[in-house]
Design a protein around this ligand. Sequence first.
Ligand code: EPZ
Length: 421
Amino acid sequence: MRMLRVEGGRRLSGETRVSRAKNAVLPILAASLLTDGEVTVKDVPRIDDVAHMLDILRTLGCDAVWDQGDVRLSAANLRDTALPDALAKTLRSSIFLMGPLLARMRRAAVTYPGGCEIGLRPIDLHLQGLRALGVAIREEGGLILCDGSRMHGSNVHFDYPSVGATENVMLAAVLAPGDTTIYNAAREPEIADLQACVNKMGGRVRGAGTSTIEIEGVAALHGVCHRPIPDRIVAGTLLAALAITGGEGRLLETAPREMSAVLEALREMGCRVHVGRDSVALRAPERLRAFRSLQTSPHPGFPTDMQAQMLALASIAQGTSVLTENVFENRLNHVQDLRRMGADIVVSGRVAVVRGVEKLSGARVSAHDLRAGAALVLAGLCAQGETVVEHAERIDRGYERLEEQLGALGALVSKETDETV
Ligand code: EPZ
């Protein structure tokens, strides 16, 4: 088990660049299956979710190699269409490999990805969307067997704007004969980045970033070189680190236009936030103010992936904050660990009520998921004494050496491994 050891009480300051977005890179890696040409993805973060995705692509017969900070892929020798059970279970988001496998090979087999620490994570919308495209799907002994031999363009209506289901259907429809329109599509910026990449491959997709996406099926796609967008959640997490320590700093190579809900929440808490074309500067107040009320919702609403970090900030803010988690049914596990550090938080269903305290105390806590883990590191940065965050391997799934990113801003965070666990 990996652990992060955090020394509290240091005010962060300085400048650092933001890595490229995990949630853009993963579907773009999946899109490499759509062509037998070479796909180069630039500036890929070295995080465990990427490593797992590359392993899955290799077991399907793809070549995938690191070249400095880039990844070069070729699916010319794609031979398998059954996602390996063990690997697919380590990476839930491998579910959106179904779309490109069906597009390229007209068949796919995947085991039901289990739920995870933040919820059941059903895939009914994925299956509904693929069936609308004429994919015959049967479930046999935990396996989902897909036959896309008669796939065709169609209209897909989502009851909920699911990010993964939107990406799955887009990647299936790009090579399906005919036109597809996705209604009530997710609007996250990572989907617009996927559209940009697919269109550079010769695809004909438009409307990503809005609720209606139109896809004109084409016969084939060619190779591409693409640099994904910056990671807006890593950026938000680093800004939260500056805010929670009363610090001041600037993030470079980021995309402030995609972060307005988070920047507004930080301003409401008393931070001065200055936005450049691709930079964000923040100066924290002596003591943060409560954000009163915050609700997570699909983009452009407040992102669920920043919810835990905001609870950490609220824990030491002046006043009472009320946060409602509307996206995932079980994403408040970090509250118990924040309480162990002295936070005054009451949870009822999906609502957390936080009465800010003057100080938190360092403690031994555990990361339930990558964002909860990041939130506990933030709490440790402002706590009295030392905090140890266990299961930091879960943080490594989505943060590229978080201890070094925070270290660049003056934090003292070290990583240790306990081989006995
Ligand atoms: C993506 O997950 C992100 N992951 C998540 O980031 C992010 O939290 C989430 O979108 C919401 O923004 C990647 O992009 C790899 P959803 P995804 O489908 O696609 C329900 C992180 O921390 N739902 O929009 O799984 C689902 O249960 C991760 O980086 C169905 O009911 O999110 C959830 O309650 C965590 N049926 C809600 O929709 C379905 O078929 C949102 O899920 C699919 C989803």
